[in-house]
Design a protein around this ligand. Structure first.
Ligand code: PEP
Ligand code: MG
Length: 313
């Protein structure tokens, strides 16, 4: 079995029998992009743009945004970078965008929902992304956070197209989006599963609350079933469906996700080598078999144990 280490990771993910799985990085700002490129990542599956501007009282100017986005893109010449529009709210409030008093900010005006009250902010961000994309060689895809309806996806795609950004996609991080994937992907060209929020909203368990941590795992059968449905929806359109939540960084779960139909895994750069190693040890058929196995399990523990037994013994 091919062992991949941080030193030997060459940016490629492949099953034992040669099926390519895109392994890319999650980044938050230019410094993280530099570190990701240094770690061997050949692209970015999630650029969390809101992290460039946390703590700011005012909206960054278009020029300032262009500078920040170009700095990230510059580390990935000719590579794909998926730029997520501001995911403000809940655990990541932005003072210029997030409503001040909401009883349930995780269920409130966050992510793409802020574009209803502030379409101008989204417009200026897309302008900045388009300018950055024109100035750098990276292939820019644009993605909306916290999408729940087909109308949102359609409006977002139209806004992106108005700025000449042709590759637009949505995050699938609400159960509604997972269940509607086949309709969403008629409107946009790709999707990425945000398993952190998808788990939170599926299990109705705050992702940051220790008291519900046992519920908050993407191994939960209900979450894996939604991943399956989302991938099926993407496959109907031949559209890529990735994972950019923490689940992608779990070496035991990665082959399961591939078996469920996930086409790319985006993660913290330090997880890349371990995930590449696990994938190198399994065939495409074994991934499909692992997926069938977890879908038969009725508990998160049983699913994890079943995969561990197959992969580690
Ligand atoms: C997610 O929800 O899984 C995700 C990738 O987005 P974030 O963690 O930034 O909410
Ligand atoms: Mg999220």
């Amino acid at each position: 079995r091919r062992r991949v280490t941080a030193a030997t990771f060459d940016g490629r993910g492949m099953t034992r029998d040669g099926t390519e799985v895109e392994l890319v990085a999650n980044v938050a700002d230019p410094a993280a992009a530099e570190a990701a490129a240094a770690a061997g990542a050949r692209g970015v599956g999630l650029f969390r743009t809101e992290f460039c501007f946390l703590g700011r009282g005012e909206e960054p100017s278009i020029e300032e945004q262009v500078t920040a986005y170009r700095a990230v893109l510059s580390h990935f010449p000719d590579r794909r970078v998926v730029v997520r529009t501001l995911d403000a709210g809940a655990d990541k409030p932005l003072r210029f965008l997030t409503p001040e008093h909401e009883d349930n900010p995780a269920l409130g005006v966050r992510g793409l929902r802020t574009a209803v009250a502030h379409p101008d902010v989204l417009d200026r961000q897309l302008d900045a992304i388009a300018q950055a994309a024109a100035a750098e060689s990276a292939e820019v895809w644009v993605m909306a956070p916290m999408v729940a309806t087909v109308d949102e996806a359609r409006d977002f795609a139209a806004a992106c197209a108005a700025h000449g950004l042709e590759q637009s996609g949505v995050m699938i991080e609400t159960p509604a989006a997972a269940l509607q994937a086949r309709h969403l992907l008629a409107e946009v060209s790709f999707a990425s599963l945000g398993t952190n929020d998808l788990t939170q909203y599926t299990m109705a368990a705050d992702r940051d609350l220790a008291g519900v941590a046992a519920l908050s795992t993407p191994w939960q059968p209900a979450v894996l079933e939604l991943v399956r449905v989302a991938c099926e929806g993407g496959a109907m359109h031949g559209a890529p469906v990735g994972v950019c939540g923490e689940a992608a960084a779990d070496p035991l779960l990665a082959p399961v996700l591939v078996g469920l139909g996930v086409t790319s895994l985006s993660m913290t750069p330090r997880a890349l080598a371990d995930v590449a190693s696990t994938l190198a040890g399994v065939s495409r058929d074994e991934c499909a078999e692992l997926a069938r196995t977890v879908l038969e399990c009725s508990t998160a523990q049983a699913a994890r144990d079943a995969v561990r037994e197959r992969l580690l013994t």
